[in-house]
Design a protein around this ligand. Structure first.
Ligand code: SF4
Length: 216
């Protein structure tokens, strides 16, 4: 097994809160560091905090749980190139692997079996110039694209992106509200009026554990 080292912010077992896998038990491996600074970021603690783990240690650590669904997240996991090797080792060990990425890093070196949940950052995030459009070539029907909507401008901008790049033909497109900036009901009404082929999603973990910032 690879001895490559990654800087890890936290590893925990919880319920998947987002994506098509929402509601399922899942192991989360949160890598330290992010290249972006989104206005609504709720994981600022992951920018610098963490400790080094070898891939072998990670695999040993997560074997304490029966769950076979794992999400590699951050921060931005793909700024540590060792995350590619980690995903390969997880697959070899029989895990179903999700990776949550902010869309700014090249995803083509990830194994095709890894399910990519990729953000396209809206103007409201302050990071809408960060998206690597080459990544659209590497998505499959199993992957997901996520827009976090903060206001009507973000909604209109995201709608244009979906139409221009036919994103809903590539894979499932998810719309979620930025916490506290937009009401769920308003976003749902906009989705219904627009007839966009997108899926509204909640952050389930924040409803189940509203007072826990970490490890959920
Ligand atoms: S990409 Fe994610 S972790 Fe990085 S700043 Fe944006 S919301 Fe925070």
């Amino acid at each position: 097994m690879s001895n490559q080292i990654l800087k890890i912010n936290e590893i925990f077992h919880s319920i998947q809160g987002e994506s098509g896998y929402a509601g399922l038990p899942c192991i989360f491996i949160r890598l330290t560091g992010c290249n972006l600074r989104c206005s609504y970021c709720d994981t600022e603690y992951s920018y610098y905090e963490g400790r080094n783990y070898s891939i072998k240690e990670i695999i040993q650590h997560i074997s304490q749980w029966e769950t076979k669904l794992v999400e590699i997240t951050g921060g931005e996991p793909l700024i540590q190139m060792e995350s590619i090797e980690l995903s390969k080792e997880l697959l070899k060990n029989g895990y179903q692997v999700l990776i949550e990425t902010n869309g700014s890093q090249n995803i083509d070196t990830l194994p095709k079996e890894v399910i990519k949940i990729m953000d396209i950052k809206t103007p409201g995030s302050g990071e809408s110039d960060s998206f690597d459009f080459n990544n659209l070539k590497y998505l499959s029907q199993n992957d997901e694209i996520k827009f976090v909507i903060t206001n009507r401008d973000d909604f209109d901008w995201s709608s244009s992106m979906i139409k221009q790049y036919r994103l809903d033909e590539k894979c499932q497109v998810l719309f979620s509200c930025s916490d506290q900036l937009l009401k769920y009901s308003i976003l749902c009404e906009w989705i219904l009026e627009s007839r966009l082929n997108v899926k509204f999603q909640l952050q389930l973990h924040k409803i189940v554990w509203p007072n826990d910032e970490r490890g959920k």
